[in-house]
Design a protein around this ligand. Sequence first.
Ligand code: GLU
Length: 296
Amino acid sequence: MTSSVQLNRDIVVRFAPSPNGLLHLGHAYAAMIAHDFARERGGLLLLRIEDIDSARARPEFVEAILADLRWLGLDWDGEVIFQSDRLESYAEAVERLKDIGLLYRCFCTRTSMRRAQESGSQPEGPDGPIYSGTCRHLDADISFDRSQAEPHSWRLDVAKAHALTGPLEWLDKIHGQQVACPENLGDVVIVPKDTSVAYHLAVTLDDARDAITHAVRGDDLFASTHIHRLLQALLGLPTPTYFHHPLLFDSSGAKLSKSRDSASLSVLRTTGQSGYQLVQDLRRGIFPVGISLSTA
Ligand code: GLU
């Protein structure tokens, strides 16, 4: 621990990158915010590698994440946590949700969903198109028979789940008290076709398992929190306090992202820049040319 503040185990924060690409400046900013949030309060900072997407997660990206964080001078507490070590606990939770009748099989393909989107039956939500519910009321026998031959995902019946829990709230220290509106995201996928668990369930279970008191993360995940709050209520899990911080944008006004090939930290690291200086600058709100912080 680098902090002189007394250790306060009532504050547990995590940085939770997915090793499906190289980290960029936006991740450095997010890691710095989570790190400083914990350290300024004498709390713990955990590092959780969210490597459940077996098709995209790669060991070399894990190595790069660890090297980037060390280069930035951002330390964490304890062993690195890997979601891939926790698949059993996700499977148990999936069974619980199935047992209470809240998950249904979805046979929709990317193509059929794209068509639905084009025809307007899948309106755009805050986090992408909202599923139209085509498979929600499939007859149970038909659904079972089809599942023997057809790839399928499992979706959460959000309206049914929310009716079961009743109204829910959560606190965001930046955006204020929130009334949970998981319907805004629609029936999210809980078990994807090709992997054993989706982000929403894994992150909700792990924040509880890791006793996270403050989920400090970027604004791009603000909308997802409505679903996480619902899953917490369904599974009897505690609700952390949320802190969704602004994101970094490039000169075209787009948020930095792996898919847009935003300049990676690895490149900066290997060209001899000082990671320590970079973090100092980010702390002071000094960003490289063309990069700015969202104000939303
Ligand atoms: N693994 C997620 C990502 O890299 C972040 C999860 C979270 O902070 O809740 O976008």
